[in-house]
Design a protein around this ligand. Structure first.
Ligand SMILES: [Zn+2]
Length: 290
């Protein structure tokens, strides 16, 4: 799932490629991804791309036509991706087909443009066409951005929450931009247990968590921005110290990276670095204990 650094890189990449071009056509292959009706995709045709933005994990493409500013906003969700092409096929997409392409935006005169794709069986990719992204409830209710929140505000958020750190970091209404992968990395760098309760942290631990959040995200943004969209996923994976590395040695202490597994997701941590050696229980463990 793309998180803050990947969306930042996508926004930068698409801005470099598309700003100043005119939208020539929008093909909708999966109608279910479109969450708004007016303005519609046809209203974007003839509009000039004026810029891009990242809001949390949302990608925004700004357009303007006759002084009317309209934004195409997308949440790529778990299995969605943006695929840039310098030469898109002019053949219209077949609606309801088996292709992973949900929406295709033709921008440049040479056939440039991008596809929004969804590889998952559960179609969670979402696209909105709005005048103001804050019209989207999930955008309007986002917490402060992970890279913009101050140390003071971050401390206040933690002090006011009984949530476990792993849950808190991924909750977009609390802090925007972080998902399953970077929360694993941030907690590992901060040497904190994923199950630690937010309000129980002392000042030194809050400092460590805040510093780790910046270190991990700043580093990932630096590595991602400027890359071709196609190489971002591999770049993200290669930078991970514990996430997705169950069974591998922790690069900090050499202990084996462990996994906590739930029915629909899992996450990784290092017991030596993060939990004082304690092995965290998950559903498989509780099954064994029964
Ligand atoms: Zn370790």
């Amino acid at each position: 799932m793309p998180e803050l650094p990947e969306i930042a890189a996508i926004a930068q990449y698409v801005a470099e490629k598309a700003v100043g071009t005119q939208i020539r056509r929008v093909d909708v292959a999966a109608l279910s991804v479109l969450k708004t009706f007016a303005p519609g995709p046809h209203d974007l045709v003839g509009a000039t791309v004026t810029g891009t933005d990242r809001i949390g994990k949302y990608f925004v493409l700004w357009t303007e036509k006759n002084g009317d500013r309209v934004a195409l906003v997308t949440h790529l969700s778990r299995a969605g991706w943006l695929r840039w092409s310098d030469k898109l096929s002019p053949t219209p997409l077949k609606p309801g087909g088996k292709s992973p392409i949900a929406l295709r935006v033709h921008v440049g005169p040479e056939g440039e443009g991008f596809d929004l794709t969804e590889a998952g069986t559960q179609k969670r990719l979402a696209v909105w066409i709005v005048r103001d992204p804050s019209e989207i409830e999930m955008v309007a209710t986002l917490g402060p951005d992970a890279l913009a929140v101050s140390r003071e505000d971050f401390g206040a958020i933690l002090a006011g929450s009984r949530a476990q750190l792993k849950t808190l970091l991924r909750d977009q209404r609390t802090i925007a931009g972080i998902g399953n992968a970077y929360s694993d990395e941030i907690l590992h760098t901060a040497k904190l247990s994923p199950f630690a309760i937010a309000k129980s942290l002392d000042e030194a631990q809050v400092d460590a968590l805040y510093a780790a959040m910046h270190a991990e995200l700043d580093d990932a943004v630096a590595r991602s921005v400027g890359q071709h969209v196609a190489t971002l996923k591999a770049e993200k994976r290669s930078g991970m110290k514990v996430h997705g590395r169950t069974g591998s040695p922790c690069p900090v202490c050499g202990d084996t990276v462990r996994e906590v597994s739930y029915a629909d997701r899992n996450f990784q941590y290092c017991a030596t670095c993060q939990t004082g050696g304690k092995i965290l229980a998950d559903r498989r463990m509780s099954k064994l204990l029964k």
